[in-house]
Design a protein around this ligand. Structure first.
Ligand code: PA5
Length: 410
């Protein structure tokens, strides 16, 4: 499905058996999300039942409950349809206003996504939108669907009390590993994405993730690249997609890597995203000549949906003098040649990099990418001996915010 190559890095499969065994010992649900066929059917049935009733879906969620669906929307939905799936993942009042002032509440379906069922940002957005819907004289439970824990949390209690349609986030799946659950799949299906394609891509990589084969297991190869470089003192990871559509994927991955691996004073990898070719003109100077503390991951798309020739005017001497090398070249080829140029220039400076080839951007490959990066991050946790599935630092900030606001009301 994907082709992986390394530069300035000597791969060895050492540690693969122990890492896989470490994952299997844990109660992890993320890689089996793609096998939950009954749930997939329920999601698809619900989406087709309500299709036609709504013009717009509005997701309320934050962090792992929003980054995945934002990535799906901005990677594979056509630009003209993206505004029909709004994602409110902050409580910045101007942002909330911009995304809600023009809603036709009669024709809007709100999807509230929170695994814990009690995150302040999401719950305050929920309360605000519920009040709006009720003020408009509408029955709120007809306009809302929840995605939350099957048993625990405030939102689950509200769902049970008010009989709101609810999908679940399995208890053994953390927020940042949940995109292939109802967290990502439900809003995707409501927006018209063929979720079977996302799931099928995820399945291809799931079958490799637990395979004790150092050449076949692409998740392990990526994890080992990061672990070995980290042990050599390199603690910044630059994800360098040469595709505007994959920019959001970088945001999703930043959370996955930062929250999964940053666990103590001694262990953590800082995620950075750079967009090729744009950021060659902003960040590359640092990468090329600055400190040797970064590893690079190039994402190359082989086939673009709308590739086109650069319309070079071969009659124009001034242009031809300088740009004859572009004669007959398409934008996609220019972009990917720039990738090769950047890759080679970093290689000359002995910077370690991996390059991942993606045939084209579609739902199946995106599903595969999600599973690939989740699997490799989980294995990286094993190799670096950290718990890649908790987030005590995030929890602490949630608790303090509640305490500060409670004091203000005393
Ligand atoms: O990865 C995580 O666990 C966090 O980023 C959560 O997704 C985020 O804090 C939102 O939590 P919840 O889904 O419980 O509202």
């Amino acid at each position: 499905m994907f082709r992986l190559e390394f530069d300035n890095y000597e791969y060895s499969g050492e540690g693969i058996s122990e890492s896989i065994a470490g994952l299997l010992e844990k109660d992890l649900g993320f890689y089996d999300l793609v096998m939950r066929e009954d749930e997939h059917i329920e999601i698809k049935n619900f989406a087709s039942e309500v299709s036609g009733e709504y013009d717009r879906v509005v997701v309320l969620g934050i962090g792992g409950s929003a980054l995945g669906i934002k990535t799906i929307r901005d990677t594979i939905l056509p630009k003209k349809d993206r505004d029909d799936l709004r994602i409110i993942d902050n409580v910045d009042p101007d942002f909330v206003y911009e995304n809600t002032y023009d809603l036709d509440l009669e024709r809007t379906l709100f999807v509230v996504i929170t695994k814990s069922g009690g995150t302040s940002e999401t719950m305050s957005l929920f309360m605000n939108m519920k009040a709006k819907v009720e003020r408009a004289g509408l029955e709120y439970k007809d306009k809302f669907v929840f995605v939350t824990d099957p048993e625990n949390g405030l939102l689950r209690k509200i769902a049970d009390r008010d009989d709101v349609k609810t999908f679940e986030v399995p208890q053994n799946v953390g927020g940042r590993y949940s995109v292939l659950s109802a967290v990502g799949l439900l809003p995707a299906a409501l927006a018209g994405v063929n979720i079977d394609e996302l799931i099928n891509g995820g399945k291809v990589i799931r079958d490799l993730l637990l395979r004790d084969d150092e050449d076949e297991n692409i998740c392990f190869r990526m994890a080992k690249f990061q672990a070995d470089n980290y042990k050599d003192g390199i603690n910044i990871n630059v994800l360098f997609p040469y595709s505007n559509h994959l920019l959001r994927f970088g945001e999703w991955y930043a959370q996955l890597l930062a929250e999964s691996i940053g666990k103590s004073q001694d262990v953590g990898i800082t995620p950075v995203t750079a967009l090729g070719a744009t950021d060659q003109h902003s960040q590359l100077q640092l990468y090329s000549d600055g400190p040797d503390d970064k590893m690079y991951q190039f994402l190359r798309v082989n086939e673009f949906q709308n590739d086109m020739k650069i319309a070079l005017d071969t009659e124009d001497d001034l242009i031809m003098e300088k740009f004859e090398f572009l004669n007959g070249v398409k934008f996609g080829e220019l972009l990917n040649t720039e990738l090769e140029g950047t890759r080679e220039s970093l290689c000359e400076k002995n910077r370690p990099s991996l390059s991942l080839d993606i045939n084209k951007i579609d739902a199946e490959n995106l599903g595969g990418l999600f599973m690939l990066y989740e699997g490799s991050t989980a294995l990286l946790g094993e190799l670096l001996e950290v718990d890649a599935f908790n987030q005590p630092g995030v929890e602490r900030s949630k608790v303090l915010t509640k305490e500060f606001l409670a004091k203000r009301n005393d």
